[in-house]
Design a protein around this ligand. Structure first.
Ligand code: ATP
Ligand code: MG
Length: 509
């Protein structure tokens, strides 16, 4: 069987040619499935015949969210080439690290990022750059090209994408994503996320992150639904779009920070959220108090767990269980197996904390150019996630935190996510993070870094009192710092290495 999963655009182009496939909110362009199919075919032909992009060649994109990025993904799929979406928030040296690693043949970029893209292209000897937007070489190339006569034969095991991880714990690693992985993620998510042809998705997360691309942009296009792409997330505009019946948005996905910014927006209280069938959340620990804020507005957010390396869905909480099991990331998706493993490699008992291991057709075969990581990250095909996890007697999984973020205070393990959850119960807190810092007496103690909502008051004593009332003594942070905002990486995750750098030194004094 010839399996080009990107064939789904050809399929929908024939079956529902006039249905709107993608809407680019910033440029107000919208393309039907038939138009999208035509553009992808001509783009593929342009890349192949004018720019000599062949099977296995890498094509990088550095752009704020645009439907063009999706076209590049699909065009690469038809050529057997490898799509590399780049993180737009990285600096030139950080991008140079990535493009030095994967050596793209073409760099496609927008006007906003032209200077960065061209510097990186020059430093890494990328031979060709294409500019997106009106009058740019990308549009000119598509306009001049004939449709691609014949797509490459690819198999489910061929690499379609190199997606770099979020870089939350160190240098981003290039996870190789095969055609099959993305396909199986569509299958795995379809049911629990209720994705179908009538899905209308608002995508606000960056498309260079697996959350933006695969939750649920690709699954909705696979199912023949409609995807709206927001160039840069804005909570007020997102709420306005969701509120508007003419848009018909019924599917949404965000990392916790996205839901937090929306909940803190003045329009939140009056936005009509009743059309949202799916509100997915994942990518970082989700504070239960924030789930409750959305529940009070009638939205049962469905927490899920995944990684770039698992493309990404591994666990998803069904809508019916969302309120009863708030805080759980749900159960394994259909075609993915999980284990919770002790340090000695044996399986943990129900309720016992261990490392989550994952296996299935949505798991990466390995990292690009990382033989060492490839050796240490897998055991018999099981990917070690690095996430501390437990399962309850009903089979619901709870992601506790990353092992790397755990600290040991007086011989007891402390998982910052648990402490952060308690901090979020304080209504005045806008953002909170906890890190372990060196301490002469206890080895390490917790340092809470807190941003207070504008116009609200919170003292150190309030925070200490709340923690003491709700947490065992060894879990209570011993130090508190107030800041205006927490550092976040491009996907909205709190960047703990920055906090550690900033605060660990100060606390040792
Ligand atoms: P890097 O691997 O480069 O350090 P990263 O791990 O943040 O960055 P991603 O692949 O974007 O890169 O994120 C996957 C990680 O996100 C998981 O390993 C886990 O730590 C965290 N995560 C995902 N979903 C959840 C969730 N529901 N609850 C808690 N943590 C989650
Ligand atoms: Mg990771």
């Amino acid at each position: 069987m010839a399996v080009r999963y990107y064939d789904w655009i050809i399929h929908h182009g024939r079956r529902t040619p006039d249905k709107v496939a993608v809407i680019d909110l910033a440029s107000e362009r919208r393309f039907t499935y038939s138009q999208l199919d035509g553009r992808v075919s001509r783009l593929a032909s342009f890349l192949r015949h004018s720019l000599n992009v062949a099977r296995g060649d890498r094509v990088a994109v550095l752009a704020l969210n645009t439907t063009d990025t999706l076209e590049v993904q699909f065009a690469c799929g038809r050529l057997g080439a490898i799509f590399v979406p780049l993180n737009t928030r990285l600096t030139v040296p950080e991008l140079q690290f990535i493009t030095g690693d994967c050596a793209p043949k073409v760099m496609i970029h927008d006007t906003d990022l032209a200077e960065t893209a061209l510097s990186v292209a020059r430093l890494c000897n990328i031979p060709t750059s294409l500019l997106l937007g009106p009058g740019g070489s990308y549009e000119a190339g598509i306009a001049a090209a004939k449709p691609l006569a014949r797509a490459e034969e690819v198999t489910l095991d061929d690499v379609s994408t190199i997606m770099y991880t979020s870089g939350t714990t160190g240098h981003p690693k290039g996870a190789t994503i095969t055609h099959g992985m993305t396909f199986w993620n569509c299958v795995n998510l379809g049911g629990p996320a209720c994705i179908g042809p009538s899905s209308v998705l608002l995508t606000v997360l960056p498309l260079f992150h697996t959350g933006g691309l695969n939750c649920y942009t690709n699954p909705v296009l696979h199912a023949g639904g409609t995807v709206m792409i927001m160039r840069v997330f804005d909570p007020g505009i997102a709420l306005g779009l969701i509120n508007d019946p003419a848009q018909g948005i019924n599917v949404f996905f965000g990392v916790p920070a996205i839901y937090q910014f929306m909940a803190q927006h003045p329009a939140f209280a009056t936005t009509d959220l009743s059309r949202l069938i799916v509100g997915g959340v994942g990518g970082a620990p989700m504070p239960v108090p924030l789930l409750k804020v959305w529940e009070a507005r009638g939205v049962a957010l469905q927490q899920g767990y995944g990684m770039t390396e698992t493309s990404p869905a591994v666990l998803v909480l069904d809508r019916e269980d969302a309120a009863r099991k708030a805080g759980s990331a749900g159960k394994p998706v259909l075609h993915t197996e999980v284990r919770i493993v002790r340090p000695d490699g044996s399986d943990a008992e129900i309720g016992e904390l261990g490392e989550l291991w994952v296996k299935g057709p949505n798991i990466t075969p390995g990292y690009w150019n990382r033989p060492e990581a490839n050796k240490t990250s897998f055991t018999d095909g099981w990917l070690h996630t690095g996430d501390a996890t437990r399962v309850d007697e009903e089979g619901f999984y709870y992601i506790v935190d990353r092992w790397k973020d755990m600290y040991i205070s007086g011989g007891e393990n402390v998982y910052p996510a648990e402490v952060e959850n308690v901090l979020h119960q304080l209504n005045a807190i806008a953002e909170a993070a906890v890190i372990g810092v060196p301490d002469a007496q206890w080895g390490e103690v917790g340092l809470a870094i807190v941003a207070v909502k504008p116009g609200q008051k919170l003292t150190e004593a309030d925070v200490f009192a709340h923690c003491t009332a709700n947490l065992a003594r060894f879990k209570c942070p011993r130090q508190i710092r107030f800041v205006d905002a927490l550092p976040r990486n491009a996907t909205g995750k709190i960047h703990k290495p920055t906090l550690r750098k900033e605060f660990s030194v100060a606390s040792e004094v």
